[in-house]
Each structure stands twice: as C-alpha cells, then as structure tokens.
Design a protein around this ligand. Structure first.
Ligand SMILES: *[C@@H]1O[C@H](CO)[C@@H](O)[C@H](O)[C@H]1NC(C)=O
Ligand SMILES: *[C@@H]1O[C@H](CO)[C@@H](O)[C@H](O)[C@H]1NC(C)=O
Ligand SMILES: *[C@@H]1O[C@H](CO)[C@@H](O)[C@H](O)[C@H]1NC(C)=O
Ligand SMILES: *[C@@H]1O[C@H](CO)[C@@H](O)[C@H](O)[C@H]1NC(C)=O
Ligand SMILES: *[C@@H]1O[C@H](CO)[C@@H](O)[C@H](O)[C@H]1NC(C)=O
Length: 190
C-alpha cells in the first residue's frame, strides 16, 4: 500500500495556517452537543464516508473513502487508518485518536503520522451500526473553520439515514449546504 503525503486523511482537520482545506464561516463555532456516553470500543470497525463538507481539499479527487478504527497500541487510544482511491491508486494515512478529557469521551483528537497537528474529531451522535455524525471546528471568535462528516459501516446506507442525519446537523447549527455526497459506487476492495 502506498502512502501519500498529499492525502492527509479523512479525519484530519484543522490547520489554522492552511485554511483552504476548511470551510470558512462567520461567527464562532456552533454550540454542538456531542454524544455524552460515547464508547470508542463499540465504534471499532470499518466506516465509509457517506457525506463530507465540500472543500475538504485533502480529499478532493478521491473516492471510496473509508476509515478503520481499532484498539490503539497505547492504552486509551484508538487506532485510525484512512484509505481512499485517487484514480486507481490507493492512498492511506494512519494515526491514532484519543479523548484529552476522559469525562468527555465524544470529544476526540486525531493525530495522523504525517502531521504534528491533532485535529478535533467530535462525535455528535452514532448508533454504532448505521451512522456517525462527526464534527470538527476551530473558532477564532469572529469566524470559524469547520468540517463535518457523515460516516456509516454500510456503504449503501439508505437515504432515510442520510436525510435524518442532515436534519440533525442542521438543528445543531451546521450549514448543511456545504455537504457533498461521497462517491462509494463501483469501489474495488482495497
Ligand atoms: C464499551 O463497550 C464495550 C463493548 O461493547 C463494553 O465491553 C464496555 O463495557 C463499554 N464501556 C462502557 C464504559 O460502557
Ligand atoms: C463544491 O465546491 C466546488 C468548488 O468550489 C464547486 O464548484 C461546487 O459547486 C461545490 N458543490 C456544492 C454541492 O456545493
Ligand atoms: C485493547 O488493548 C488493551 C491493551 O492495550 C487490552 O487490555 C484491551 O482488552 C483491548 N480491548 C479490546 C476491545 O480489544
Ligand atoms: C446494499 O448492498 C447490499 C449488498 O450489496 C444489498 O444486499 C442491499 O440490498 C443494498 N441496500 C440498498 C438500500 O441498496
Ligand atoms: C463514482 O465513481 C465511479 C468510478 O470512477 C464513476 O463511474 C461514477 O460516475 C462516480 N459517481 C458519481 C456520482 O460521481
């Protein structure tokens, strides 16, 4: 498997200095609620990207994106492996996630090997079997940079699940017009 420096990963979000990879909005970050009793162990497994924020530039030109979460090598961490196709080439990024505050297990940070930077990865909600709503935002008082994802262990998840998640993103104060559908069709195994 070829790892690429260009593809820095599905979960990896926030370079303050590298704002073109982010969606700019006025105002501070939305006051979202995360899943209070998030259980990372139940989250282990393979998750397909169903929707993402447009202008997630490190993902542009890629398709069939998925992430695999597993027991991390260090206690209390989650192993992260992202994979995508660019043309016929497989791009991967590996790293780990952790909750800096154990009382808030849904507020994770993700660090991928190619980066010194740990991006926010907040699980707004998940049922562990059909959807996960993931939010990443960095606020600078007057404006913010934001990315959001809808993930599912089911590659062809029903539109009911997608519609209901979109509605709930919107209720959380997230501008859902920035979402684009990820391409999960005609994907080979990789
Ligand atoms: C998290 O889920 C795992 C697997 O289902 C379970 O064994 C564990 O007790 C759960 N942890 C908490 C804190 O509920
Ligand atoms: C996504 O962004 C591209 C480039 O900025 C734009 O051409 C396209 O219309 C956008 N799509 C959506 C659904 O907003
Ligand atoms: C994860 O790894 C730890 C050791 O680091 C082990 O104690 C624990 O049982 C493992 N959990 C699962 C769900 O495999
Ligand atoms: C999704 O794919 C599976 C297996 O390929 C198939 O059995 C199922 O009917 C599909 N579901 C939908 C909603 O298309
Ligand atoms: C998804 O990718 C496949 C393979 O490249 C392509 O045939 C298909 O048209 C794409 N679908 C969409 C909706 O872009």
């Amino acid at each position: 498997m070829k790892s690429s420096t260009v593809f820095v990963g599905l979960l990896f979000a926030v370079f303050a200095a590298c704002c073109q990879a982010q969606v700019f909005s006025w105002g501070n970050c939305p006051r979202v609620q995360v899943k209070e009793d998030f259980n990372a162990t139940k989250y282990f497994g393979k998750w397909y990207e169903i929707m993402r924020f447009n202008k997630t530039s490190f993902e542009e030109g890629t398709r069939c994106i998925y992430a695999v979460y597993s027991n991390g090598t260090r206690p209390g961490t989650v192993g992260v492996r992202n994979a995508a196709l660019r043309g016929t080439e497989v791009e991967t990024a590996e790293g780990y996630a952790y909750a800096p505050d154990p009382t808030q297990p849904g507020k994770l940070k993700v660090r991928l090997s190619e980066s010194w930077f740990a991006g926010n990865y907040w699980v707004l909600d998940t049922d562990y079997r059909s959807y996960a709503m993931v939010h990443s935002c960095t606020g600078f008082w007057l404006f913010n940079f934001q990315l959001n994802w809808l993930l599912s262990p089911i590659r062809n998840v029903t539109s009911d699940v997608v519609e209901s998640a979109l509605q709930r993103f919107e209720t959380s104060g997230i501008d859902i017009s920035n979402f684009i559908r990820a391409n999960q069709t005609r994907c080979p195994d990789f």
